[in-house]
Design a protein around this ligand. Structure first.
Ligand SMILES: O=C(O)Cc1ccc(OCc2ccccc2)cc1
Ligand SMILES: [Zn+2]
Length: 236
């Protein structure tokens, strides 16, 4: 019998460990949140945040989904699991799936959501730059917001309506319409938190994850707009 050449093509997360040893770590994200195993918050102080609203922001196509850069404008996230350090919003971005209902990074009791918004903050009490903080175990704090299909999200629409103008990787558009990132968060601010990592290479274990329990609703059209523009950063 002739020998059939067997080529095993390993792509995606399975190959990340080769290039990014951190991906082999013990606090890798995302995870499935097993709600029955979550301990109660105990006496953690309240999580508080304040964001700048009226400043120019840029929406970028980084090659996956989209990212909004805060361009260093003032903001603060403190309290909750963050000890006495003050964190600042660097950027926020989203993760969408290619099939509705399967886009989130985290799952809750095995259930995936249509998408997940990440507001990425860095520890300004201890570090001098985002890049420096991104390499430290207490360097980053990411607020995670689960997205489900429902009514249209007006604040998020300020970004979604710009997507047709950044269809290719590297495209960027700047807008000055007032936008309050706090309006992207759910009404109820109960959350799960755990020490984790970047969910994309270099998978550095530098993220304190804070995932809100209450999903936020976005319209089916908003999901479609995200899906049709961002499947692996290529416009489709
Ligand atoms: O939100 C996430 O998925 C985690 C995450 C957080 C921050 C992040 O920043 C990318 C980055 C990391 C290190 C240096 C420069 C840029 C990339 C991913
Ligand atoms: Zn993310």
């Amino acid at each position: 019998p002739y020998l059939v050449p067997v080529v095993i093509l390993i792509v995606g997360p399975a190959t990340w460990v080769e290039k990014f040893p951190e991906a082999r770590g013990t606090r890798q994200s995302p995870v499935d949140i097993v709600t029955s195993r979550a301990s109660s918050g105990g006496s953690a102080p309240p999580l508080v945040w304040r964001y700048s609203v009226n400043h120019p922001r840029s929406v970028v196509n980084p090659g996956y989904c989209w990212r909004v850069d805060e361009n260093g404008y003032d903001s603060e996230l403190r309290g909750g699991p963050l000890g006495s350090d003050v964190y600042k919003l660097q950027q926020w971005h989203c993760h969408w799936g290619s099939v509705n209902g399967e886009g989130s990074e985290h799952t809750v009791d095995g259930r995936a959501f249509s998408g997940e918004l990440h507001l990425v903050h860095w520890n300004t009490s201890k570090y001098n730059s985002f890049t420096e903080a991104a390499g430290q175990p207490d360097g980053l704090a990411v607020l995670g917001v689960l997205l489900m299909v429902g009514s249209k999200h007006d604040e998020l629409d300020k970004v979604v309506r710009l997507l047709p103008y950044i269809q290719h990787k590297g495209d960027k558009v700047t807008f000055s319409e007032p936008l309050n990132p706090a309006n992207l968060l759910p009404k109820r601010i109960a959350y799960w938190t755990y020490p984790g990592s970047l969910t994309t290479p270099p998978c550095t274990e530098s993220v304190t994850w804070i995932l809100f329990k209450e999903p936020v609703q976005v319209s089916a059209e908003q999901v479609r707009l995200n899906l049709c523009y961002y499947v692996n950063g290529k416009n489709v």
